[in-house]
Design a protein around this ligand. Sequence first.
Ligand code: ADP
Length: 485
Amino acid sequence: EISETGVVNAVTKELFIGGKWTSAAGGKTFPVLDPSNGGLLCEVADASPADGKAALDAAVAAQPGFAAMPPRERGEILRRAYELLLARNEELALLMTLEMGKPLAEARGEVAYAAEFFRWFAEEAVRIDGGYAVAPNGSGRFLVTKQPVGPTLLITPWNFPMAMGGRKIGPAIAAGCTTVIKPAEQTPLSMLALAGILAEAGLPDGVLNVVTTSDAGGVMEPLIRDGRARKLSFTGSTAVGRTLLEQCAEKVLRTSMELGGNAPFLVFDDADLDAAIDGAMQAKMRNIGEACTAANRFYVQRGVYDEFARRLTERMSALVMGRGTEDGVTVGPLIDPAAVEKVSGLVLDATERGAKVLTGGVAVEGPGNFYPATVLTDVPLNAKMASEEIFGPVAPISVFDTEDEAVAAANNTEYGLVSYLYTNDVKRALRVSERLEAGMIGLNQGIVSNPAAPFGGIKQSGLGREGGTVGIDEFLEIKYIAVSL
Ligand code: ADP
């Protein structure tokens, strides 16, 4: 029997350090809230900088032994984690919905998505390759091998509380790196549950250390500046990423940065409009719009502009808002009151500049952080939401006439994570895909995320790629051995 109190009670709400659950210094805790009503779900350990240091000590101590573990054994731990995640999908999904708010169906999807990272990297652990080459002068030989980077620091956001863990922990373990992970303070429970599963899967003590804290900067900065951790992998806002990059500069840490996005969604007159509407709903409404890949700006060619807006409005206004645990709900609450305030402010700014509201547009009175699915048309290119991440269920639509105009508007941002493009003209599809400044393109497709594909952005959306065959490289150093014959 799965119940809300049951799944919350099942989580150990302590720090996980060196394979042991421990309370934070002084027994400090911080609250985890239910975003659908503001109620207290539970308290979890609130790590101090000293607790953080203990976690790093444990990761450093475990590193040599873990690097020596046969890749097949590392892979098999990941494989067991994959199986355990699938077996516990229902409990984990409910836990995630309680702390994060997303509808239960999406939480189930995320647990499966997180599991896929473990399956993918279970398979990658045994495929770390090397090389042997003849030096150009013919007299020497080059040996090339890959080794784990070393202890790594991982920082994850609240919007995909388990998948972002899987995306970082999976390749770290596959590569043979030990880790200290700090989940977002809004959603620590999914990560604590994941740590329990990895321990059950046979992960050696000290390989994964989980530090929950309400003082992210205070705990993580000393660990970054310590120098023993050799890498930071971060998913979060560009502003925080920039600060962390500066901190990493001191000891020249390797970094992987998955930062903000501002995805344009282009629909040309020649697009399959049914597909474009379906794709728009996915790209906009997956995760209540709280995704760095969320379509943030819709640019629609004049010939289909009115019809696209009408049909998208129809679909958006048919969505059901409510607590993510309720049957049929497709729009859960936003993460916190500040998120609702931010979305409201951006919508107000757009309407003051002349945008029209076709549906939604007004926050719901509390309790709960609800904002309805919203469609805006005639959004001027200088509206704030054209350059800022909305991170909510708001679809702003603007019209364009020419391909050049659409590409220029799409690229007019410091971000470069993903762009969506709907057209049935193959030449245009490739031409525009090449011109769009983004690390990923959704070509007639509203979702790009896939553990088997290289996820990541250009410009101020980040550095490095996660997933795919390159995902493990972020946790490996290349060593070249010059051989004289
Ligand atoms: P969001 O706006 O989505 O909450 P953030 O970038 O603030 O994105 O948060 C992403 C992650 O970064 C969270 O785990 C958060 O606790 C962490 N974080 C925020 N500020 C800092 C900081 N100064 N140092 C280290 N981690 C931080």
